[in-house]
Design a protein around this ligand. Structure first.
Ligand code: MTE
Length: 325
């Protein structure tokens, strides 16, 4: 790491240069310096907290599922839709809300393919009707050290997997997302290997918590949150939750994933939320809940598996979670 600064990013104990990929940080710094702002100005840029409402506010009905709720206060719609990571639309938290209007969410299809007996391409309207839509409130913990509580709308990924009928060779599921430079200005930078790719082991993909997500807060998924369909894996760091999904591929070998390819020592395939295993450059023991008072409010203790241990810990029995981070 070349740059050290005493300014803390997002009020956390981590320097911006520590949690931001080096090329991204360098570019932001260049911008800030040329704008005569200084790094403290960057953290407070009003754009990152813009009150822009989501472009598409179409209502989406869903039945709350009492099995999948948390008692934590929900994060405001404004924060959920204006503080985002979606590098296809820029690397600042405020970029997706400003830039994602160019994303065309219809027509849209998701191809389900690979080691399955029943390959199929689903149109978005078929996905919306594939299984009853449920509202589930999940914690989302980002590897950068912040978290939110979001009332998502969707159904378990297992609904798609059952219909796909995986062969005996299907050991992993890969998620591939849209990469269209005409719609996504962020693709002009080579920070990540596009298309954004993520993956799960088969049992993780089948876990009822793993959600095919089509909405939040009673409306269709806003573009900056990964419209029209994304995956949410609440016991793993947020980057596992791939946005704007176009392919679900069943494979025999552990698939390559974008962040692991970017820095394999920092972003593992498993990426389970684990307060006992630090990121090589910062602690994962605590988190800042977005909307919790001010950036100076005390941080919360991060929970093992983000609080979902009862539902997921058994999948990792006997595994060394320091090795399989
Ligand atoms: N999916 C795509 N396609 N591109 C991305 O840059 N960022 C990931 C994940 N999914 C990302 C993505 C990261 S780092 C996080 S923390 C979450 O999306 C953020 O989701 P949110 O903006 O809805 O809170």
């Amino acid at each position: 790491m070349l740059i050290k600064t005493s300014t803390r990013f997002d009020g956390s104990d981590i320097a911006a240069s520590d949690i931001t990929p080096q090329p991204v940080f360098e570019r932001r710094r260049q911008f800030v310096l040329s704008a005569g702002l200084g790094v403290a100005g960057l953290a407070l840029t009003p754009r990152a907290f813009a009150a822009n409402a989501p472009a598409d506010e179409a209502k989406l009905a869903a039945t709350p599922n009492p099995k999948f709720q948390v008692s934590d206060t929900q994060t405001s719609l404004k924060d959920i839709t204006s503080y985002n990571n979606f590098y296809e639309f820029g690397t600042d938290k405020g970029d997706p809300v400003e830039n994602a209007h160019t994303l065309q969410t219809r027509p849209w299809s998701v191809s389900v393919e690979g080691e399955i007996h029943n390959p199929k391409t689903y149109g978005i309207d078929e996905i919306l009707k594939l299984a009853p839509l449920e509202e589930r409130t999940y914690r989302l913990r980002c590897v950068e050290g912040w978290s939110m509580v979001i009332p998502w709308i969707g159904f378990s990924l297992s609904e798609i997997i059952k219909r796909a009928q995986p062969t005996a060779n299907a050991k992993y599921v890969q998620f591939i997302t849209l990469a269209d430079p005409k719609q996504m200005p962020g693709l002009s930078s080579n920070i990540l290997n596009w298309p954004y790719s993520e993956g799960l082991r088969m049992d993780e993909a089948m876990n009822p918590l793993t959600l095919v997500t089509v909405g939040l807060y009673g409306q269709v998924l806003p573009k900056q949150d990964g419209a029209p369909v994304r995956i949410i894996v609440p016991w793993k760091y947020g980057f596992k939750s791939a946005k704007s999904l176009v392919k679900i591929r069943f494979v025999e070998k552990q698939p390559p994933t974008s962040w692991n390819q970017y820095a394999s020592s920092e972003y593992g395939f498993y990426s389970n939320v684990n307060p006992d295993v630090d990121h090589p450059r910062w602690s994962q023991a605590t988190e800042r809940r977005i909307g919790d008072g001010s950036v100076f409010s005390p941080k919360r203790k991060t929970l093992m598996f983000n609080g979902y241990g009862d539902q997921v810990a058994s999948m990792y029995q006997g595994m060394d979670l320091r090795k399989f981070y």
